[in-house]
Write a protein that binds this ligand. Structure first.
Ligand code: DC
Length: 220
């Protein structure tokens, strides 16, 4: 039997990264931030100045990447800050439309599924990558609240940000992600939708851990 998966999906800046990594810690599971994989490819796409699908799919299969306690490593180079930039995020949304690249990343993502279990966050975790996930959560929040959260995050890191521009970028990205032909942004039919607009991080984490424990009878 393969290790259990909790899939957490949702639009940009819905807080899924923070939530998913905390849920993983609480239940003692591994954690996959799939967006970071797309961001890594986006970084390479910017560095090589290419959107060539074949080239990017090949890179996706070949690159040496590692996630180490919040650090993102590419061929031993720490690119943690770089992959978090809005520039790379916007490019990630473009490269994520390429079916060949998504296909090439499937195996890499599934390799993270190891005992005792995996919490995976990202667009198509519950629909495409782990359709058999035991628990699927679709995390939402209004675009205004998401833009404000992203704004605070960037300012705290000392990165210059503009709330109106962020809000506009988020709406554009939502639209692009929802309308694309492959793996569009949408809740899996069997997912539980959680609106975090009025909830704290702790409340959201507790809800998800509660659902998980409810399913497993408190084993995890
Ligand atoms: O979640 P994020 O903002 O780090 O994701 C960056 C981009 O990658 C986002 O535009 C959606 C895309 N993405 C995707 O298509 N599929 C995933 N599993 C994860 C991210």
């Amino acid at each position: 039997m393969s290790a259990p998966v909790i899939a957490i999906d949702g639009p940009s800046a819905s807080g899924k990264g923070t939530i998913a990594s905390r849920v993983a810690r609480k239940v003692g599971f591994h954690y996959l931030e799939s967006g970071a994989l797309y961001r890594l490819i986006a970084l390479l796409s910017l560095r090589e100045d290419t959107l060539d699908e074949t080239r990017l799919a090949r890179l996706a299969g070949e690159i040496d990447l590692a996630f180490d306690d919040g650090e993102v490593l590419l061929d031993d180079e720490s690119v943690t800050e770089k992959v978090r930039s809005e520039l790379v995020g916007n490019r990630a949304s473009e490269v994520a439309r390429l079916p060949g690249l998504r296909q090439a990343l499937l195996a890499r993502q599934r390799a993270f599924r190891r005992p005792p279990g995996l919490v995976a966050d990202g667009r198509d975790m519950g629909t495409v990558v782990f359709p058999d996930a035991e628990l699927k959560v679709f995390l939402t929040a209004t675009p205004e609240v998401r833009a404000e959260r992203r704004y605070k995050q960037l300012i705290e890191k000392g990165i210059d940000a503009n709330l109106r521009a962020l809000s506009r970028d988020l709406r554009e990205r939502d639209q692009r992600d929802a309308q694309r032909a492959v793996a569009p942004l949408a809740p899996a039919p069997d997912s539980q939708v959680l609106d975090s607009t009025a909830l704290s991080i702790d409340e959201v984490v507790e809800s998800i851990v509660g659902w998980w424990r409810g399913r497993t009878g408190g084993r995890a």
